[in-house]
Design a protein around this ligand. Structure first.
Ligand SMILES: C[S@@+](CC[C@H](N)C(=O)[O-])C[C@H]1O[C@@H](n2cnc3c(N)ncnc32)[C@H](O)[C@@H]1O
Length: 478
């Protein structure tokens, strides 16, 4: 199962300045009535905002998550719901803090009625079951949060067959299909082993579509952090949308701070990456290394014409290769395996390990003696430069044939896609489809161009034997 990925979260403990509880405390003990005034101000959302969001906001205020100092509030924005600045916010300022008691993570599941039956399950499966149960429960602590979760996104996991036919031939289609199959297999297992034998805990129907909904919610809104907990949903923080204008990561932190009237807890905190004016949207970066296919699959949107357009070349050392053992050993000594994936990004140079690995995979004939070098690192060193004309010609042919074959799998040409994009007026899903298939083809074209140019220069390259002759020649001769 591919891991669920989301906005990077770095656990970072530091003291907090804001004190939500103090505002409440003053209402009980002073005559200045700040709480009443604040709570009236706090509940003020634009009346056009849907009722569930108003109720959610009130809940956040009642829980003390939002105070008069919180500089963002929910708003309806082009990306759906989002967080809008209520005043100017400087770069680096804390925009929100959500106490651990409201996080939905494996701790929350463990402490719930389904904790026992979820022991040993993968975190995302525990969370998916928990989410579905809390959505069904009338008395859920997260009832108002459930009310603002979307029914679906434009993630390709929710696309109809007709919509999926628009990404025919793409790598995104294969990833989407294998991810859906994987979710389906997990569902069948969890239905048989957990849901049906514990009807008293799950006294409501749970279908594959429900499970897929929960999976999609986790993929598009969960935070994952290293060191503390794997995966979690953080109400309120998960209203933050992505922007390409944010070019840094790590705005989310875990801090210690006051989390209620008398309690101190861990808080999920978001810092502002860009200077904002009142009524600007608070935006974050969902991951600088994600490809457009990752974005389409996880979140249901992409960044058009960007370096996020990617094609993954997978190289495999064939088990029928005469030198399979040696080649595998050399690959493994250099951090690669029987199969190795290389992400080629639009407008960027090839990953440094691609050429040596290609030379290794295609090495044979009179070049095979290179595999006998005493040290595995020495072999890799030789592979970093052209080995022989025959080998270099072979790698060009292998790659160009692969590009040709991949390009023949798409049902449209780049020109047809570009025309569609120029005409505009595409539905959001069709726009994703057209951009993705055009992006993949452009990267394939770029790879083909690189290896075509290389083919033309085969006679100018210096190969192993020549280098060796130079190394061995007496100094004068050199
Ligand atoms: C973490 S949620 C953010 C809140 C969400 N907009 C909502 O209405 O609940 C992530 C989802 O927001 C939407 N989204 C976020 N950033 C976006 C962007 N730059 N363009 C389009 N949709 C975006 C996508 O639907 C994505 O799956």
């Amino acid at each position: 199962m591919a891991s669920v990925f989301s906005v990077p979260f770095s656990p970072f403990l530091c003291p907090l300045k804001t004190t939500k509880s103090r505002t409440k405390f003053q209402t009980l003990h002073s005559s200045q009535k700040p709480f009443l005034i604040n709570s009236l101000q706090l509940t003020e959302l634009d009346p056009k905002i849907p009722q569930p969001v108003q109720t959610f906001w009130k809940w956040l205020c009642d829980e003390g998550v939002v105070t008069a100092k919180t500089p963002v509030k929910p708003g309806v924005v082009p990306e759906g719901l989002g967080l809008v600045a209520t005043r100017d916010i400087s770069e680096g300022e804390t925009v929100l803090e959500v106490p651990r008691r409201l996080w939905i993570n494996t701790d929350a599941v463990a402490q719930s009625d389904i904790g026992n039956v979820c022991t040993g399950l993968e975190p995302w499966i525990c969370l998916a079951l928990f989410l579905l149960r809390e959505k069904w429960r009338d008395d859920s602590k997260w009832k108002y949060y459930m009310g603002v979760l979307p029914e679906c996104t434009d993630s390709t996991i929710y696309w109809s067959e007709e919509e999926l036919s628009e990404i025919q031939g793409t790598q995104l289609l294969s990833t989407t299909m294998s991810m859906k199959e994987s979710v389906q297999n997990e569902f069948q297992k969890v239905e048989e082993e957990v849901i049906l034998p514990n009807k008293q805990l799950f006294p409501f129907p749970i279908t594959l579509d429900d499970f897929l909904w929960a999976f999609g919610i986790l993929r598009s809104r969960s935070f994952s952090c290293i060191g503390y907990q794997n995966l979690m949903l953080v109400p309120f923080a998960d209203l933050a949308n992505h922007s390409a204008k944010v070019t840094t990561e790590g705005h989310a932190n875990e801090v210690g701070g006051p989390a209620g009237l008398f309690s101190w807890d861990l808080l999920f905190s978001f810092r502002n990456p860009l200077k904002l004016k009142a009524s600007d949207q608070f935006l974050v970066q969902y991951g600088l290394n994600k490809s457009n296919a990752d974005m389409a699959l996880g979140y249901g949107f992409i960044e058009p014409n960007s370096a996020r357009d990617t094609f993954t070349l997978t190289l495999e050392i064939s088990e029928s290769d005469d030198f399979y053992g040696d080649k595998l050993n050399i690959a493994e000594s250099n951090g690669l395996g029987k199969t190795a994936d290389f992400d080629i990004k639009f407008g960027q140079s090839l990953p440094p390990a691609l050429l040596p690995h290609l030379r290794l995979v295609t090495l044979g004939g009179t070049d095979a003696f290179l595999l006998e070098s005493i040290s595995r690192n020495a072999v890799w060193g030789h592979l970093e430069l052209p080995v022989s004309r025959a080998n270099e010609e072979r790698i060009c042919k292998v790659v160009r044939d692969a590009c040709k074959s991949a390009l023949s799998g798409y049902h449209t040409t780049i020109e047809e896609d570009e025309k569609l994009m120029e005409e505009g007026n595409l539905s959001s899903r069709l726009q994703i489809a057209v951009e993705i298939r055009a992006g993949e083809k452009e990267v394939l074209q770029q790879i083909d161009d690189i290896f075509r140019e290389r083919e033309l220069k085969l006679d100018e390259l210096e190969y192993y034997q020549e280098r060796r002759r130079k190394d061995l020649a007496p100094v004068g001769e050199q």
